[in-house]
Design a protein around this ligand. Structure first.
Ligand code: ADP
Ligand code: MG
Length: 256
């Protein structure tokens, strides 16, 4: 039975996609069978793993409009290690149409959750990359998940944003998915030299009772470089602090 983890934050540019890609790669490298789901019409995750979103015959959009099954949409991600199981349900701009389509459908929150059911024995982890909004696609991601991870850029963190997100998570728990739990925060683009960043990190625990997964992921230009090559940070810069950070977080997740 796969553990399904939604990576969500309504803010853009906080490293949701970066976290899904590199955490998934790290988990797969450690022997876990991993499926990534791209729920953002901008398709950055799809692009980051080396797939051209504009050349897809089918995408996750076809799953939402019930034209295709997940088994027919998933693609293997190229890695250096033939033994790794790392797959993706890719997206492209068509996914923007899913939002419109779903608006009039009953049970619209549960389409992804239902679609993923047949695959749950095939994977150990399903990581879902949510778009930067709290719309129906994100709600589908949260409804299909057992756990949610919230990437946060500590420097620009606004308490209002965190509160809003936690309210939505409570709503999803009440109305769609009672088993959802917040696994923790990943501190991204972290600059530990500033007192502000350190204080922000501490306040997540004291104000909101959120666990901060260790270690924080520091700022590094390597993270901007690797998606352009269509590879993870582990393939692009294997011994970099960023690669080590995501590997350490993966290890922590594998423990439970
Ligand atoms: N630790 C990091 N250090 C520096 N840049 C990063 C880091 N993590 C992510 N980035 C960069 O920040 C930008 C936004 O990241 P992304 O994962 O696309 O955010 P989101 O999915 O939340 O919109 C990207 O250009 C990405 O390469
Ligand atoms: Mg993204």
């Amino acid at each position: 039975m796969a553990r399904s983890i939604a990576v969500a934050n309504q803010k853009g540019g906080v490293a949701k996609t970066t976290t899904v890609h590199n955490l998934s790669y790290a988990l797969a490298k450690k022997g876990a069978r991993v499926l990534m789901v791209d729920l953002d019409p901008q398709a950055c995750l799809t692009y980051s793993v080396g797939i051209d979103p504009d050349c897809l015959q089918v995408s996750v959009h076809d799953v939402f409009v019930r034209r295709a099954k997940v088994a027919d949409v998933k693609m293997a991600v190229t890695s250096d290690d033939a033994d790794m199981t790392l797959d993706i349900l890719p997206a492209n701009i068509d996914l923007a149409g899913s939002e419109v389509y779903l608006l009039t459908r009953t049970g619209r929150e549960h389409v992804l959750s239902r679609a993923l059911k047949p695959l749950t024995e095939e994977y150990d982890f399903v990581l879902i990359d949510c778009p930067p909004s709290l719309g129906v696609l994100t709600i589908n991601g949260l409804s299909a998940a057992n756990e949610v991870i919230v990437p946060m850029q500590c420097e620009t963190l606004s308490h209002r944003g965190v509160g809003q997100l936690l309210e939505i998570l409570e709503d999803v728990k009440t109305f769609a998915n009672p088993q959802l739990r917040v696994r923790g925060v990943v501190a991204t683009m972290y600059d530990g030299r500033t007192r502000h960043a350190r204080e922000m990190l501490e306040s997540l625990g004291t104000h909101y009772g959120l666990e901060v997964l260790d270690p924080p992921v520091h700022k590094s230009i390597r993270f901007a470089e690797s998606p352009m090559r269509g590879v993870s940070i582990h393939q692009h810069a294997p011994v970099s602090p960023g690669a080590k950070a995501y590997s350490a977080i993966a290890e922590q997740l594998m423990k439970g």
